[in-house]
Design a binder for this molecule. Structure first.
Ligand code: FEO
Length: 171
């Protein structure tokens, strides 16, 4: 059985993952509308993954005798000045999510909830991967700079990444 406190913070994370899904859906749309097919595919996949992150938490809360809650969500940014700006926003968002997961792990220990602590390790590993991926992409974007040909290749390149990332994590 989850403690009230554990349940509250897990539900807060449900909301963060749901908002993440919306954040990346908005990015997918922005990229698609700019003709960046690869980037938009990547973002659609990211958005799906975030929904899986949410559902995994959602099911866990109910499995442990809690009540998983659907809440209102904050609206994401819809416009970006550049691809670089968009991926910086993604990276910063993932850092924020990692901090939130760390806080959950800390609370699980305080509550002596070792089952939840164990459950959260999947998220800890996932965040390491997501931050590393975002960093790799930002490095590539910085290399390209304003080169249009480079951007074209990057848009193609990122399709490979999205294939890998949509297969790798098991929700
Ligand atoms: Fe579910 Fe990208 O953090």
């Amino acid at each position: 059985m989850l403690s009230e406190r554990m349940q509250t913070v897990l539900n807060k994370q449900v909301r963060i993952e749901a908002e993440s899904s919306q954040v990346y859906l908005a990015m997918a749309s922005w990229a698609e509308q700019k003709g960046l097919e690869g980037v938009s595919e990547f973002m659609y996949d990211q958005s799906d993954e975030e929904r899986q992150h949410m559902m995994k938490l959602f099911k866990y809360i109910n499995e442990r005798g809690g009540h998983a809650k659907v809440t209102e969500l904050n609206g994401p940014e819809l416009e970006f000045g550049s691809i670089k700006e968009m991926f910086e926003t993604l990276f910063n968002h993932e850092v924020f999510v990692s901090q939130s997961i760390n806080e959950l792990v800390h609370i699980a220990l305080e509550e002596k909830d070792y089952a939840t602590h164990n459950f959260l390790q999947w998220y800890v590993a996932e965040q390491i991967e997501e931050e590393a991926q975002a960093r790799t992409i930002l490095d590539k974007i910085n290399l390209i700079g304003d080169d249009k040909g480079g951007l074209y290749l990057f848009d193609n390149d990122i399709k490979q990444l999205s294939v890998v990332s949509s297969v790798a994590p098991e929700a």
